[in-house]
Design a binder for this molecule. Structure first.
Ligand code: V07
Length: 247
């Protein structure tokens, strides 16, 4: 089964090396309070910081968060514009915390299609945290699983056409290297996927990488999701691991 860390804090908890989260339920969280959707996005962003720090303290190596999909561009332009400002806001507010917590920022997605200001905020954050040795906080941003696989196939096809590789030699490993998560190496595949707000779908997130991931669907809306919810979901993961490991 999945390789596990020894947790820094919970002797009983075996913490997955790579946790991926689909941060769903922000709009419904706002609606429940009679507030606009963007209020939910804002509170969702604040929660990214809290959960990133909690995961880092638990000893997680990679936390991948699905922030924006290649399909999200079809939302109303006012909402898209707001979402494109969130990384700017996020790093503007939380960069000192990320440095203090020794967290390294990474982005998985088609960043060339982002507005210039957004792209700059993201690349500055990657640059400013590249010396950090703690958890990798990986934002899946303008990310789509199928687009990622198609992109990898194109790169390999071009290499083959240019006689740089023999198509016969393409295998799981050389294919993985061409995915946007290639830089993560051995850590590219999540051990655990959590989706909040009760929806039970993958929605085009890390399709290749989740071939063997355990999936936990948590009822909590993302802005309400706490460190305790995270530990609870890791325990569910541990119980499954124990059952399957014992046969
Ligand atoms: C977004 C907050 C979290 C819930 C999901 C919807 C709204 C953080 C980021 C982000 C992205 C890239 C980056 C740094 C931060 C973000 C979007 C939406 C589009 F490098 N939260 N958050 N990006 N929400």
């Amino acid at each position: 089964m999945a390789d596990l860390n020894n947790s820094k804090q919970n002797s009983d908890l075996r913490v997955p090396k790579h946790i991926a989260i689909i941060m769903d339920g922000n709009g419904r969280w706002a609606k429940r309070l009679g507030q606009p959707r963007i209020a939910g996005h804002k509170e969702g962003m604040n929660n990214v910081k809290r959960i990133a720090i909690a995961a880092n303290n638990l000893g997680v190596n990679v936390l991948s968060l699905y922030a924006f999909s290649t399909e999200n561009w079809t939302r109303p332009s006012k909402e898209v514009n707001f979402l494109m400002r969130l990384p700017v806001d996020f790093f503007g507010t939380f960069m000192p915390d990320l440095i203090k917590e020794n967290i390294r920022v990474m982005v998985t997605g088609f960043t060339d299609k982002l507005p210039a200001k957004t792209r700059k905020a993201v690349f500055d954050a990657i640059e400013d945290t590249k010396q950090n040795t703690g958890m990798i906080l990986n934002f899946a941003f303008n990310y789509g699983g199928r687009a990622e696989i198609v992109h990898a196939a194109k790169i390999l096809a071009i290499k083959a056409k240019n006689d740089e590789i023999d198509p016969e030699n393409i295998d799981d490993e050389s294919f993985s290297e061409q995915l946007l998560t290639g830089p993560l190496g051995d850590l590219a595949d999540p051990d655990l996927l959590i989706r909040t707000s009760g929806e039970e779908r993958i929605s085009n997130f890390m399709l290749w990488q989740m071939a063997y991931s355990e999936m936990v669907f948590d009822e909590t809306y993302w802005p309400d999701f706490t460190a305790d919810n995270l530990v609870e979901d890791i325990k569910i993961f541990n119980d499954r691991d124990r059952r399957f490991g014992s046969v």
